[in-house]
Write a protein that binds this ligand. Structure first.
Ligand SMILES: [Zn+2]
Length: 309
């Protein structure tokens, strides 16, 4: 019997500060950040987009070694088959089914086969780096709901939330994708009402996953920005890492090491010391009517998370 692999799964709705959280965590001893693994199959393996180290995926030695160790080389992985499995089980519309007390027998095989691919990567990364906990910041609820069925994963959710008007403001901005170097491509933009509905839906689903017994630590982006080291200590304690995992230092200054994250926010190409501070530009930039609308749509969970009315 091999012990389950410990996975810190960073979940939550996009633009909630999860990339910064993952990178600062991943720069600590005993942790290894892999990025948004759910996108590895398309963006890394198929499209050869840039790893966090700056190299195209197939040129990155770290990922070559992972592929060799996990699968005997990436050429052994059939991307079309993985994407078909993903389409069959890893969708938010399947979350109610994935949260049942018993997984329907028609899905058991696909969920196991699909999540075993992730387990192979987690194990390879842990073995190669010596990390006690690997971080997957895929964010999606559906992958977390799939992984809860795999007995080879000790799944710990780190559920990141950020106040909904701030998230809505962020999704309205135009941001270029730096991992695509051969052309200019931007991240998608969404309207405030779209963001409000999706923020509520995604966070509600994470509440449901936690209610079914998967360990979950709620982390508010605003608390992380106000006390980054204190928040990292809270998370590393939750992940059962040693008490001295977060070294002493200036509260708001944290090192970002070179990383091999497969997908995620452009921030992952940054290294060196970063100053973590509250980004509340939305308070002046988001029109009051939009702010009121977003707050109204999301009010039940905003209140639950302790955001002021
Ligand atoms: Zn790399």
């Amino acid at each position: 019997m091999t012990a389950p692999v410990s996975v810190g799964y960073i979940g939550g709705f996009g633009r909630s500060g999860s990339t910064l959280l993952e990178l600062t965590l991943g720069s600590l001893r005993g942790l290894c950040a892999l990025g948004e693994l759910v996108h590895l199959w398309e963006r890394g393996l198929r499209d050869n987009q840039r790893c966090g180290c700056g190299q195209p995926f197939h040129d990155c030695q770290f990922w070559r070694d992972i592929g060799d160790r996990a699968f005997g080389g990436w050429s052994e992985v059939d991307v079309a088959e993985v994407l078909a499995l993903k389409a069959a089980v890893d969708r938010n519309r399947f979350v109610p089914l994935l949260l049942r007390t018993r997984l329907p027998s028609s899905r058991q095989h696909a969920v196991r086969r699909y999540t075993d691919l992730y387990v192979a990567i987690y194990r390879a990364a842990a073995a190669m780096t010596g990390a006690t906990v690997v971080l997957d910041s895929s964010k999606h609820v559906s992958l977390a709901a799939c992984l809860r069925w795999n007995p080879d994963v000790d799944l710990r959710l780190v559920h990141v939330v950020r106040d909904s008007p701030g998230v809505a403001y962020s999704w309205g901005k135009q941001v270029r994708r730096p991992e695509i170097s051969d052309r200019v491509q931007y991240m998608p933009q969404y309207s405030a009402p779209q963001v409000a509905g999706t923020w509520l839906a995604h966070n509600s689903m994470f509440e449901a996953v936690a209610a079914r017994g998967t360990p979950r630590l709620l982390v508010r982006y605003e608390d992380f920005a106000a006390g980054p080291r204190a928040t990292l200590r809270r998370i590393t304690s939750y992940l059962d890492l040693p008490g001295d995992t977060v070294p002493p230092g200036p509260e708001h200054e944290l090192p970002l090491h070179r990383n091999h994250t497969v997908a995620g926010n452009p921030l992952r190409f940054t290294t060196g010391n970063v100053r973590v501070r509250t980004d509340d530009a939305w308070r002046s930039a988001l029109p009051p009517s939009r702010r009121r609308l977003v707050a109204a749509v999301t009010w039940p969970l905003r209140r639950h998370y302790g955001y002021p009315a």
